[in-house]
Design a protein around this ligand. Structure first.
Ligand code: ASN
Length: 381
């Protein structure tokens, strides 16, 4: 299927077997029917014994193939959701599945337009399904998960993001098990009221807090706030009762169906280092609606760069290079009146999540004070 093509396919039981299926707990094998609009057989919708799950596919390594079974690099996105589902035949015992290919790209190519498409895909599915699964590359999965948590009120419906670290062609590919577990999570009543989740390598995490910390290993995601649960022998064990991220600000976006007409403000990230000057700041300050600095330590930039940041007209968020810790407001630069003006502390947020939060504040036309309030509320910024 070409990139960006949308195909909607429904997996449901067939007419002939429906009587049997009414008496049994679940169909043995999925029957795949293709149609322009999702089709659920009426008997199935009356029976409602299995949860209804929607999968939204975006691509990533989980949908990729390399040229040999030992290769775990230099692979290409090649598989549709349907291909991926064929690797997990037991799934029809767990749920009724419907799926939609929103795009099929490496997550390095996920941009604001695709984010909007994901947003629309979720919004359209929330009322009709018991759970949603999003297949996604791991490189930028944490950003998408953070964006979804910040913009969508999922109510009780779990939204589970899943990827893999090995391509589907590799020995011991992790994709099929990760996808299987993601679907199990989305279908499990214990997952309700937990908002955006990430499933990878047997661990369940809050999408809001997760960060990719290892570029290669199967245990690629880290979450300092702790895992929410895990799988043992494919049983879900949650460590805590349902919980949602503390202080998460929900933005109300008005995204049209045609996402081309929606412009998300441009925010760039500048990486701090010894000897950094204001050269980059000067180059970008008229090109972007906002800037995020990955500062040294807890908000450290050279004095001259701090002075220049206070002088520009756009918001500048002070984030950090360090994986852990936070930027306290006290460390922001201040003018002669002790005012940090357009400079905002990111709190615990890393640069890439700070960027999305600032984009959302700008998209909703928040003032600097409102933006500071949002950062403060979310993560003590
Ligand atoms: N493991 C992965 O999914 C990495 C891949 N480059 C992606 O983000 O699409």
């Amino acid at each position: 299927m070409p990139n960006n093509a949308v195909e909607i396919t429904t997996i449901c039981s067939d007419l002939e077997n429906s009587q049997f299926k009414l008496e049994s707990t679940a169909p043995e094998e999925p029957i795949i029917s293709k149609s322009a609009t999702p089709v659920i057989h009426p008997l199935l919708s009356q029976r409602r014994s299995l949860p209804r799950i929607k999968i939204l596919g975006t691509g990533g390594t989980i949908a990729s193939k390399a040229t040999s079974s030992s290769a775990t690099a230099d692979y290409k996105v090649d598989l549709t959701i349907q291909d991926m589902l064929e690797a997990i035949p037991d799934i029809s015992r767990i749920c009724e599945l419907e799926y939609e290919q929103l795009c099929n790209v490496d997550s390095k190519n996920i941009d604001e337009k695709i984010l909007m498409t994901i947003y629309n895909g979720i919004s359209e599915s929330l009322q009709k399904f018991d759970g949603i699964v999003i297949t996604h590359g791991t490189d930028s999965l944490a950003e998408t998960a953070f964006f979804i948590e910040s913009t969508i009120d999922a109510g009780e419906v779990p939204i589970v993001c899943v990827g893999s670290m090995r391509p589907s062609s590799s020995v011991s590919a992790d994709g099929p098990m990760n996808l299987y577990q993601a679907i199990c999570i989305a279908a499990d009543s214990k997952s309700r009221n937990r908002s955006v989740l990430v499933s990878l390598n047997d661990q369940i995490s809050a999408g809001y807090y997760i960060t990719k910390t290892n570029a290669n290993s199967l245990d690629s995601f880290n979450v300092r706030q702790g895992y929410l649960g895990n799988f043992v022998n494919n049983e879900i064990h949650y460590y805590y009762p349902p919980v949602k991220p503390q202080g998460c600000h929900k933005f109300k976006l008005n995204i049209p169906k045609n996402t081309d007409s929606f412009n998300f403000p441009d925010v760039c990230i500048i990486y701090g280092h010894q000897g950094i000057t204001s050269k980059l700041l000067d180059m970008v300050k008229d090109q972007y609606a906002g800037i995020v600095f990955a500062t040294m330590g807890a908000g450290s930039l050279p004095d001259k760069v701090n002075e220049d940041c206070l002088e520009i007209d756009i918001p500048v968020v002070y984030s950090k290079r360090s994986m852990d810790g936070m930027i306290p407001r006290a460390n922001l630069p201040k003018d002669a009146n002790g005012d940090s003006r357009n400079c905002i502390a990111s709190g615990y947020l890393n640069p890439e999540k700070s960027r999305i939060l600032l984009q959302l504040c700008l998209a909703c036309n928040y003032s600097i004070d409102e933006t500071k309030h949002v950062f403060r509320g979310v993560y003590g910024g």
